[in-house]
Write a protein that binds this ligand. Structure first.
Ligand code: XMP
Length: 529
């Protein structure tokens, strides 16, 4: 039986005027690939938004078309999610993908059934009508990615088959209702559909008539105007972390209101080596009005005697808010709080498996909005991470900030297993510095998604010259990933690992052993705590 369909959560109040540009709406039926559809649309320079299929929406002249996503449901399930495709297509062009295509076919009287041959993975699509605008320019045989238990066995009357595969009679179809109506049985948004992006682009440009005006430059002009409108002559405070999102968000807000943006960058004592000063220098270069607060001693004091990962996270989160609030109180008349929130954090997901279990209390380390009761300013709220980077480059933010690996809010505290002390931080900072610099110097930095060193609470025996040593072990971690949700360990060259190991052991007093972590996520996680 299919899992129970949960209703989406209520959205938070949001004050920034919506982005004014042509757009596509993606109605989400709970597929794991829905965000990939959105990213493919955005890559074609067309703005789009994802909303749960059941949410009402406005139709205005900027809305150019609708895409119906896939779903873990079968259209024949009793509680299968549904909308009226017939009503939609009266107003706009529609493209159904996988479940969306099956729902369309079934709505008009087609036959959708569990097929004897389920199709998962790669398949070869055979184009039957190369003159139609959807498959224009696509190879006669093109690799596509299938993931479905049901198949469309018969199309409704008046529908035309555009493509087949060796196993299924309908891989793509069309029908001319009031507006064009298309369906794809496969997932064009998935990397393995080699010409899928072109098919999506064909829908956007040839069928919906989108002018592909969604560019970083356009976003910047539009956003600065919207920020001016929202903020007026008020003041904004914002916590900066040296990360991509907060830096890009702050630069946009600064462009709109200048020094009425007050940035705060806190040294919590568990940053990387020299990071506090280097990041402050870059902010200065960018002309941002940022105050650096060295609160490291306070953090060390409170972390003492607390070896538990979650306790460390909570302490760091709480102290950060206290330090930030104290600084905020020194500035008169603050009414707004800037945040680097990005789209994946706010998409109202359609949950099909119920709430997930908390493995780590990650991303709420700050918890500032709940505490501060200030109006939020979130200029990146509708951007994906790769778009944030593009906007950052367009704004002239240097690559050492834009192309940084992610770094966790609790910093090195969750890479020092057990109790954190100032001495251990210094030790790890040195080892991490050697490792990260070596990655950068060899050009390997850009090939991994995230890397760092971990200080293990293990001492072992070694020998240096004629002396016996009894010192700490450092683990090196490097992973490849797309979004941090799953990750593989990076296959760094042996010679590189050998050089880094030598450099750490020879230069960092207190470390006599280096190991490399070869665990993927799942079942391991990226951070060790
Ligand atoms: P895991 O360890 O769960 O990490 O595989 C996935 C991503 O999240 C980062 N991470 C954190 N980020 N506060 C953060 O801001 C945290 O407490 C935290 N824990 C993990 C981790 O670095 C990786 O990018």
């Amino acid at each position: 039986m299919a899992p129970k369909f949960l209703s989406p959560q209520k959205p938070k109040l949001y004050y920034l005027r919506r982005i004014m540009t042509e757009r596509i709406l993606i109605l989400d039926f709970g597929s794991q690939y829905t965000q990939l559809i959105a990213r493919a649309v955005r890559e074609a320079n067309v703005y789009c938004e994802i909303i749960p299929y059941s949410k009402p929406f406005e139709i205005d002249s900027n809305l150019k078309g609708i895409i119906l996503s896939g779903s873990p449901f079968s259209v024949n399930d009793q509680n299968a999610p549904a909308i009226s495709v017939k009503d939609l297509v009266k107003k706009l062009p529609v493209l159904g993908i996988c479940y969306g295509a099956q729902l369309t076919a079934k709505t008009y009287g087609g036959r959708v059934e569990k097929s004897s041959k389920r199709e998962y993975g790669r398949a070869s699509m055979i184009v039957q009508n190369e003159t139609d605008v959807l498959l224009k320019g696509i190879s006669p045989k093109s690799q596509v990615w299938m993931s479905h238990g049901d198949s469309i066995l018969e199309l409704p009357e008046g529908f035309e088959v555009l493509a087949t595969t060796e196993s299924i009679p309908v891989a793509a179809f069309k029908c001319n209702e009031e507006n064009p109506l298309y369906g794809l049985q496969f997932h064009p948004e998935v990397y393995h559909s080699t010409e899928g992006k072109q098919i999506i682009k064909n829908f956007l440009v040839n069928i919906c008539g989108c002018s592909q005006d969604w560019t970083p430059a356009h976003f910047i002009t539009d956003t600065v105007a919207r920020l001016k409108e929202q903020i007026g002559n008020r003041k904004v405070i914002m916590a900066l972390s040296g990360g991509v999102d907060s830096t890009v968000a702050a630069t946009l807000i600064h462009k709109a209101i200048g020094d009425r943006l007050h940035g705060i960058f806190v040294d919590n004592g568990v940053l990387r080596k020299n990071e506090f000063q280097e990041v402050l220098d870059t902010y200065k270069q960018l002309g941002l009005n940022v105050k650096g607060i060295d609160a490291s001693k306070l953090f060390y004091k409170e972390l003492k005697g607390n070896p538990e990962p979650e306790a460390k996270r909570k302490i760091i989160g709480r102290l950060f808010i206290e330090v930030f609030q104290e600084e905020a109180n020194k500035i008169e008349g603050i009414e707004l709080l800037g945040q680097g929130t990005i789209y994946p954090d706010v998409i109202e997901s359609v949950s099909v498996h119920g709430p997930s279990v908390t493995i780590k209390s990650h991303h709420n380390v700050g918890g500032l909005p709940e505490k501060m009761h200030l109006e939020l300013v979130e200029p990146l709220r509708y951007l994906f991470k790769d778009e944030v980077r593009k906007v950052g480059r367009e704004l002239g933010i240097p690559s050492n900030l834009i192309d940084r690996h992610p770094f966790p809010g609790p910093g090195l505290a969750i890479r020092i297993l057990g109790e954190v002390t100032e001495e251990k931080v210094k030790l790890l900072q040195e080892a991490d510095h050697i490792y990260i610099n070596a990655l950068k110097e060899t050009g390997l930095y850009a090939t991994v998604w995230q890397a760092g060193a971990i200080l293990l609470p293990v001492k072992s025996v070694g020998v240096m010259g004629d002396e016996r040593t009894y010192e700490y072990t450092v683990a090196l971690r490097a992973v490849t990933s797309v979004d941090g949700m799953t990750a593989d360990w990076a296959h760094l060259p042996y010679d590189f690992l050998a050089d880094v190991s030598n450099a750490i052991i020879n230069n960092v007093r207190g470390i006599n052993r280096v190991v490399y972590d070869i665990s993927s996520k799942p079942p391991a996680t990226i951070e060790w705590e």
